[in-house]
Design a binder for this molecule. Structure first.
Ligand code: ADP
Ligand code: AMP
Length: 217
């Protein structure tokens, strides 16, 4: 299955993606995670991406489309993949359609996680990530047992630099202007399924499963 997870920053894409890929046996492809890994490794790609990420802006399409083109050509993507955080612009969505058409295939579903904008600032400013395994927590909604330590690998938890309030507000504006139009784009393809993301994490997963025809209740 080839799936896109759509939704504003903080909707719960990363949280749900981790669980979905375990159930569906798909590679999890997150452009944000790929950029953060490149930054940690200090590559040239990273330096360019970082300047945009720090301001809450999108990394330019050419760069982002290029990394996805390389990634989905890998052998582990032959049976499908779950895209998280890509596409984020109409140009990216069109490029993805073209890449898949060139491979004689197409997307199976676009899962749109919908959360009221008012909740997103609290979700993003309270988010903590594990430096080691990438697990996602929230200090109130999904707290770790120890505030500085990952429950699953004992790695150090940190706050993403773009999760500070000023940057978060920019990211939400960027979402409204550049990414929200994808809802209409994918509605027109008949592939969009919207799930209420303003529910308990486990219930959102059940609803995402139902949107894919799975019974995980
Ligand atoms: P995204 O990848 O869409 O930016 P995340 O999965 O990182 O979003 O989630 C953003 C924050 O919201 C995290 O701190 C996460 O723990 C929290 N979160 C995710 N899903 C829910 C939910 N259903 N209810 C409350 N908080 C949630
Ligand atoms: P995320 O981890 O999905 O919240 O993404 C973090 C940041 O990485 C975003 O604010 C952008 O700066 C950049 N980014 C991630 N995915 C994309 C994308 N598809 N297009 C452009 N920039 C992206």
């Amino acid at each position: 299955m080839k799936i896109v997870l759509l939704g504003p920053p903080g909707a719960g894409k990363g949280t749900q993606a981790e669980m979905l890929v375990k159930k569906l046996f798909l590679p999890h492809i997150s452009t944000g995670d790929m950029f953060r890994a490149a930054i940690a490794a200090g590559t040239d790609l990273a330096m360019e991406a970082k300047s945009y990420m720090d301001k809450g802006q999108l990394v330019p399409d050419a760069l982002t489309i290029g990394i996805i083109r390389d990634r989905i050509a890998q052998p582990d993507c032959r049976e499908g993949f779950l895209l998280d955080g890509f596409p984020r612009t109409l140009a990216q969505a069109e490029a993805l359609d073209q890449m898949l058409a060139d491979m004689d295939t197409e997307l199976d579903a676009v899962l749109n996680i919908s959360v009221p904008l008012d909740n997103l600032v609290t979700r993003l400013t309270g988010r903590r990530m594990c430096r080691q395994c990438g697990n996602i927590y929230h200090m109130t909604y999904n707290p770790p047992k120890d505030e500085n330590t990952c429950d699953s690998c004992n790695g150090e938890l940190y706050q993403r630099s773009d999760d500070k309030e000023e940057t978060v507000k920019n990211r939400l504006t960027v979402y409204e202007n550049q990414t929200a139009p994808l809802i209409e784009y994918y509605t027109n393809t008949g592939k969009l399924k919207t799930v209420d993301g303003d529910q308990a994490i486990g219930k959102v997963l059940v609803d995402l499963g139902a949107a894919l025809g799975q019974n995980w209740a």
